[in-house]
Design a protein around this ligand. Structure first.
Ligand code: FBP
Ligand code: MG
Ligand code: MG
Length: 340
């Protein structure tokens, strides 16, 4: 199999016909993300040997301690996209506000904006557990050539033109969709190229894995407690297995391959959950739906939520469609929890 498969670059070009863009702009944008992923991967792989471990000593707008690798990954993706003059605006977990890109000529004729979680699973960086990067791409809604506005970023997830993630794990993979199914590419470190290794990912309709931080159990809404009881019951295919890596990208990736559900619900300590709608939930929800899965806030489809803030959080239920539907059944018994 090695090297006989299409490289990501070849695949992107081959699939250009599917992209609602003929200018090659989209192709160049995906190639920029591919390049930045390789640069970050190089650092992640030798995290123990270089000064990239630990906190950076700053906090981001969400009050989280930024890890050195959060800041490094943010710099790499920002610089790569800005230097290549391939987008007109970027929003990032590690940037307080969106960044407007004006080209060397002082204008910008690009039509895409990117929203990014440069390093997902920050709590796992120093303990050698897999982490990731998440990206979401939209066409701007304000006139091309003018400075981007907040409304270019506050678009519902169902308007994404592409979304994806990189998982820096036992191997490094880039997984993405542009609305034509979900494909996975594995980096061959010897050659430095991503090769198509997992064409057309598909969540099994059902699974036997649930992923949730049960340390928060006492704070969970009754619907989640009832669903967990259901998952742990000795009956039919149950009990399910509990698996929680603590990196959304890695838990999602495993569940997409084996069948499972990831949940970060509302709770009495975090009424809106923890995950950010724009650069975590929307891209993962687009991927899930493109791979036969499902994603909601326990009540409504994530991709139909109209965003109101750049860093807003929403409860997240995502994975095998019958498992998410079952969890929603339990949540529906407590409609008051829909108003988080
Ligand atoms: O430690 P907790 O509360 O279970 O949260 C873990 C979740 O938070 C995250 O780390 C949030 O993402 P960031 O690391 O990008 O901030 C997810 O990847 C993960 O699923
Ligand atoms: Mg994250
Ligand atoms: Mg992050």
């Amino acid at each position: 199999m090695e090297n006989n498969n299409l490289t990501l670059g070849e695949f992107i070009i081959e699939n250009q016909k599917h992209y609602k863009s003929t200018s090659g702009e989209f192709t160049r944008l995906l190639s920029s993300i591919k390049l930045a992923a390789k640069v970050v991967n190089y650092k992640v792989n030798k995290a123990g040997l270089v000064d990239i471990m630990g906190a950076a000593g700053e906090t981001n707008i969400q009050g989280e301690d930024q890890q050195k690798l959060d800041v490094y990954a943010n710099d790499v993706f920002m610089k790569t996209l800005i230097n290549r003059e391939i987008v007109c605006g970027i929003a990032s977990e590690e940037e307080d506000d969106f960044v407007t890109i004006t080209g060397k000529e002082g204008t910008n004729e690009n039509k895409y904006v990117v929203l990014i979680d440069p390093l997902d699973g920050s709590s796992n960086i120093d303990v050698n557990v897999s982490v990731g990067t998440i990206f979401s791409i939209y066409k701007r809604v304000t006139p091309i050539g003018t400075p981007v506005q907040i409304e270019d970023f506050l678009q519902p997830g169902n308007l994404q033109v592409a979304a994806g993630y990189v998982v820096y794990g036992t191997s490094t993979m880039l997984v993405y969709t542009s609305g034509n199914g979900v494909d996975g590419f594995t980096l061959n470190p010897a050659i430095g190229s991503f090769y198509l290794s997992h064409p057309k990912f598909r969540f099994p309709d059902d699974g036997k894995i649930y992923s949730i931080n049960e340390g928060n159990y006492i704070h969970f809404p009754q619907g989640v407690k009832d669903y967990l009881k259901y998952c742990q019951e000795e009956k039919d295919e149950r009990p399910y297995t509990s698996r929680y890596i603590g990196s959304l990208v890695s838990d999602f990736h495993r569940n997409m391959i084996k069948g499972g559900i990831y949940m970060y619900p509302t709770s009495s300590i975090g009424p809106k959950g923890k995950l950010r709608l724009l650069y975590e939930c929307n891209p993962m929800a687009f991927l899930a739906e493109q791979a036969n899965g499902k994603a909601s806030d326990g009540f409504k489809r994530i991709l139909d939520i109209k965003p109101t803030e750049l860093h807003q959080r929403v409860p997240f239920f995502c994975g095998s469609k019958n498992m998410v539907a079952k969890a929603e059944e339990f949540m529906a018994n407590y409609p008051e929890d829909a108003d988080y």
